[in-house]
Design a protein around this ligand. Structure first.
Ligand code: P6P
Length: 336
């Protein structure tokens, strides 16, 4: 009987894709795989285990911190730390990065940036949520404590990035710069199996994802783009379809699969945009480019932006190449 390749087998078969690696990628991705299984388990029983809802205080982002946010954050930190492959970690849930300074970890070559549970406000209403991760080689001297500069690298220096989507099924999607592959979790066996090989974003599409409730706050270019997608023009498949889940990983995964564009622009409520450059936009930008799509801040390639702070926010236009290019045309035309 023909069976699918497991994630572990795939990583080993493609170990050569991870430069200078002696199994570090395997260890790193297998720790993410393990943590993903544990988070998946907690999410699936969230309603029963009194772990839904807010913990009663805000996180560094000024957002209500959900119990599962904290749990997911702790699970990823402990699992990533246990494999000894990273010297530090930055997370949406923590103001500062964590430095692993013991002799084993301080010699490790990699740092990880993570949004442990993106879209967590949706958990209580049983909507898909996700984990987003981004991996860099450290640039500070090996053996020394990790530095902020190790995390403030432009996205074009990422060595791997991916996400887990905890939805109708749990899927892990990642890239090491040699294409994008997706693995579906089989809870009965406890393994991830290759289900989406060599993912490619359709070059064009007709789904747009944006929170139109913020319309009055949008820059003129975005307003004009929304007007354009809503015009009747059969030759260009318009009006487009609006789909906005309120969970980046879910909207991104649908657009990657079917074609589409996700936009979170600046606005008076979010002067620099809402999404965080380091652990949301950069990993998603790496993935979408590897899948033939595009990601910018409306003007500049996301992966070329030089980060200045750990929780920096940027505007985000991401998805099918032709759709992002069209939105950029409106942004350029109406640029102040
Ligand atoms: P809004 C979740 O908090 C998140 O970071 C993304 O997952 C999601 O796309 C976006 O914010 C939703 O933001 O302002 O539309 O509710």
């Amino acid at each position: 009987m023909q069976r699918h390749t497991t994630l572990g087998e795939f990583i080993i078969e493609n170990q050569k894709d991870f430069p200078y690696a002696k199994g570090e990628l395997s260890a790193l991705l297998s720790s993410i795989r393990l943590a993903g299984k544990m988070v998946n388990q907690e999410i699936n029983k969230a309603g029963l285990a009194e772990i839904t809802g807010a913990v009663g205080h805000e996180n560094v982002q000024g957002e209500d911190q959900m119990k599962l946010d904290v749990l997911a954050n702790d699970l990823f930190i402990s699992t990533l730390r246990s494999r000894g492959e990273i010297c530090g970690l930055g997370s949406e849930e923590m103001e500062d990065f964590v430095s692993f300074n013991d002799p084993i970890h301080s010699e490790a070559k990699y740092v990880v940036l993570i949004d442990p549970l993106d879209g967590s406000s949706n958990i209580d209403v049983n909507v898909s949520v996700g984990t987003i991760f981004s991996i860099y080689r450290r640039i500070s001297p090996s053996g020394s404590p990790v530095q902020l500069e190790d995390f403030l690298q432009p996205g074009n220096k990422q060595v791997a990035a991916g996400y887990l989507i905890y939805g109708t099924s749990t899927i892990l999607v990642y890239t090491t710069g040699n294409g994008v592959n997706g693995f579906t979790y089989d809870p009965g066996i406890g393994s991830f199996f290759l289900s989406h090989p060599k993912m490619q974003a359709p070059r064009d599409g007709k789904i747009y994802s944006i929170n139109e409730g913020n319309y009055i706050h949008f820059p003129e270019g975005v307003k004009q783009y929304i007007k354009w997608v809503q015009e009747l023009d059969e030759a260009s498949n318009r009006p487009f379809t609006s789909r906005y889940i309120g969970s980046l990983v879910a909207d991104f995964h649908r657009n990657l699969t079917k074609g589409g564009i996700y936009i979170y622009p600046t606005g008076t409520k979010a002067p620099k945009g809402k999404l965080r450059l380091l652990y949301e936009c950069n990993p998603m930008a790496f993935l979408i480019e590897q899948a033939g799509g595009k990601a910018t801040d409306g003007y500049t390639r996301i992966l070329d932006i030089q980060p200045e702070e750990l929780h920096q926010r940027v505007p985000f236009f991401c998805g099918s190449m032709k759709m992002v290019e069209k939105a950029e045309e409106f942004m350029a035309k109406h640029r102040k």
